[in-house]
Design a protein around this ligand. Structure first.
Ligand code: THU
Length: 131
C-alpha cells in the first residue's frame, strides 16, 4: 500500500503538539500507517515521577491494538516544529514487535527499514517453543 510520507510527517508534528512534556519540554509525536491503511498516532506523556514517562511510540503501539491490531508498515516521529526524531532503543524494540524488521522508519535522509536501526533483534522466535 502506498505511503503518504508528507501526510504522515505532518500528522506526527501535529500530534506532538498534544504531548504532555512539562519536564523535558521535548514534545514528541508519532504517526504510523497500518497494513490495512489505517493511520494511527501517539504522543509522549511525562509524569512528576520522571521514570514513568511514556514515549510517543508506546502510545502509537497502544493505538494500534486499541483500534483493531494489525501490523504497522511506516512510522514518522516528529517534534511540533516538524523536526525528525529517531525512536529510542526501547521504542525500536517495541516497534519491532508491532511492525517487524521491514517496518519503515522515517529519518532525516528518508525512510529506512527498522532492521537497520535494530539489527539482530530479540524477537518471539528467541523464546522457548516459539522458534
Ligand atoms: N521520547 C519519546 O517520546 N520517544 C523517543 O523515542 C525518545 C524520547 C520522549 C520521552 C521524554 O518525554 C522526552 O522524549 C525526552 O526524553
Amino acid at each position: 500500500m502506498e505511503i503518504d510520507w508528507p501526510a504522515l510527517r505532518a500528522l506526527a508534528a501535529q500530534t506532538a503538539a498534544s504531548a504532555h512534556a512539562p519536564y523535558s519540554k521535548l514534545q514528541v509525536g508519532a504517526a504510523g500507517q497500518v497494513g490495512d491503511g489505517r493511520v494511527i498516532v501517539g504522543c509522549n506523556v511525562e509524569n512528576a515521577s520522571y521514570g514513568l514517562t511514556l514515549c510517543a511510540e508506546c502510545g502509537l503501539v497502544s493505538a494500534l491494538h486499541a483500534s483493531g491490531g494489525g501490523t504497522i508498515t511506516a512510522v514518522s516521529v516528529r517534534t511540533p516544529d516538524g523536526s525528525c526524531l529517531l525512536p529510542c532503543g526501547r521504542c525500536r524494540q517495541v516497534l519491532m514487535e508491532a511492525g517487524g524488521p521491514a517496518l519503515l522508519i522515517d529519518t532525516e535522509d528518508g525512510p529506512v527499514e527498522l532492521d537497520r536501526l535494530l539489527p539482530s533483534a530479540f524477537t518471539q522466535t528467541d523464546l522457548p517453543g516459539r522458534g
